[in-house]
Write a protein that binds this ligand. Structure first.
Ligand SMILES: Cc1ncc(COP(=O)(O)O)c(C=O)c1O
Length: 405
């Protein structure tokens, strides 16, 4: 059952923690903020004025697509709102619809290791086979492009990645992206560039979007979501932009899956682009501050973990040190938990630690193996959550490490 689709481990951790009272969670990548007022107001107006009761056009309301075209143009990314932009029900729908449209059963899709867990399910849903290529932890988790090229064969159809990367917070350089797209050109591959964290890049680092390589637009699918940038994860609204030759293949699949993105959310997304710039900057400043908070807290656990300071997004991905690995090899979980594990979870030390932390310390985190084999022996913590949750998590973790180990 190699290609079996399993529930994302991130969602599994949330479900497991919902069964225990008093758990504090830094598991799912959800910002702690409420959606900005200007977005909520526009959505309420749309409801009151009867503009959200019916389906929109399948690619989305014209006003929103026009605003997306305009906002992309400011970044030197050029797509025609009529034929090349599709508003989707979250970016995961954009990714799944694209794969369903462009790959066939048995095709291989390359994804970084470690990367966002749900890519594997999206690829499998489209009948494809996810094939991991390793990132280089020694180089702040940059692409190892030689290793990537070794994975390409006659069945490889596409590369799917996120920039910035979840869970490592890596921002890929222009040079690496240039090499990647040339590689894709040489091997005739599509490249899906998921940029849901592009607004949260720190330390004056330059962000470069793959879609800026316009000469390669016939193989690039650019994806962005309102979920993270504007604290709208529940609204389910995102978009993809691509050359019309690909958009016309993706549109019927998007239509078959959801008809159109939720219309009320599309009006909210329009307000986000037109009016929520200040909110976006506020969120970025807050995440930056919380990055310092979480890095300081991690320093207090440095006997057990080492970590790369994340340059973007809101995740930290600490690695287990040797001493912790030795302890974990002897860790015994309660029988009830042991019985609930799949064989791959039983063997994974990051799963075992995450479940023990949940059970003993009431802290929900994501095991690194959820993101790929290279992710094993790490945990992912989200600092998009509130200061209070971050502090509570580390108080509990310190107590756990002092008393159980
Ligand atoms: C890299 C990445 N892509 C896509 C998604 C899904 O986002 P959406 O809410 O737009 O479906 C997430 C959510 O955590 C993510 O981390």
């Amino acid at each position: 059952m190699k290609n079996q689709i399993i529930l994302s481990p991130i969602k599994e951790m949330e479900i497991r923690s919902a069964e225990i009272s008093g758990v504090v969670s830094l598991a799912q990548g959800v910002p702690s903020f409420d959606t900005p007022e200007c977005i909520k107001r526009r959505a309420i107006e749309a409801i009151s004025e009867g503009r959200s009761a019916r389906y929109s056009l399948s690619p989305g309301i014209l006003e929103l697509r026009e605003a997306i075209e305009y906002s992309l143009a400011r970044e030197n990314i050029f797509y025609d709102f009529e034929k090349e932009i599709i508003v989707t029900a979250g970016s995961i729908e954009a990714i799944t619809a694209t794969l369903l449209a462009l790959i066939k059963k048995g095709d291989e899709v390359l994804i970084p290791d470690p990367t966002y867990t749900s890519y594997q399910s999206a690829i499998k849903t489209a009948g494809g086979i996810p094939v991991f290529f390793p990132l280089d932890e020694q180089k702040d988790w940059a692409f190892d492009l030689q290793e990537l090229e070794k994975k390409i064969n006659s069945k490889t159809r596409a590369i799917l990645f996120c920039n910035p990367n979840n869970p490592t917070g890596t921002v890929y350089s222009r040079e690496q992206l240039a090499y990647l797209i040339e590689l894709a050109e040489r091997h005739n591959l599509y490249v899906l560039s998921d940029e849901v964290y592009r607004n949260f890049v720190y330390d004056d680092l330059d962000f470069f979007s793959l879609a800026q390589f316009s000469a390669f637009r016939k193989r690039i699918i650019h994806i962005f979501s309102f979920s993270k940038a504007y604290a709208m994860t529940g609204w389910r609204v995102a978009y993809l932009a691509t050359d019309r030759s690909l958009a016309e293949k993706i549109l019927p699949i998007h239509d078959a899956l959801v008809t159109c993105a939720p219309v009320v959310s599309q009006w909210g997304a329009l307000a986000a682009l037109e009016m929520a710039g200040e909110d976006l900057l506020f969120f970025k400043r807050e995440f930056l501050r919380r990055r310092e908070l979480i890095c300081n807290e991690m320093e207090n656990l440095k006997n057990w973990f080492s970590f790369v300071r994340p340059s973007s997004a809101y995740f930290i991905f600490p690695r287990f040190k040797e001493g912790l690995l030795e302890k974990l090899k002897k860790l015994k979980l309660p029988e009830k938990i042991e019985l609930s594990l799949r064989p791959d979870q039983k063997k994974s030390l990051s799963w075992r630690l995450a479940l023990d932390l949940l059970n003993q310390a009431k802290v929900a985190l994501v095991p690194g193996s959820a993101f790929g084999k290279v992710g094993e022996n790490h945990l992912r913590l989200c600092f998009g959550r509130s200061d209070e949750d971050i502090k509570k998590t580390f108080t509990r973790m310190r107590k756990y490490f002092n008393s159980y180990f």
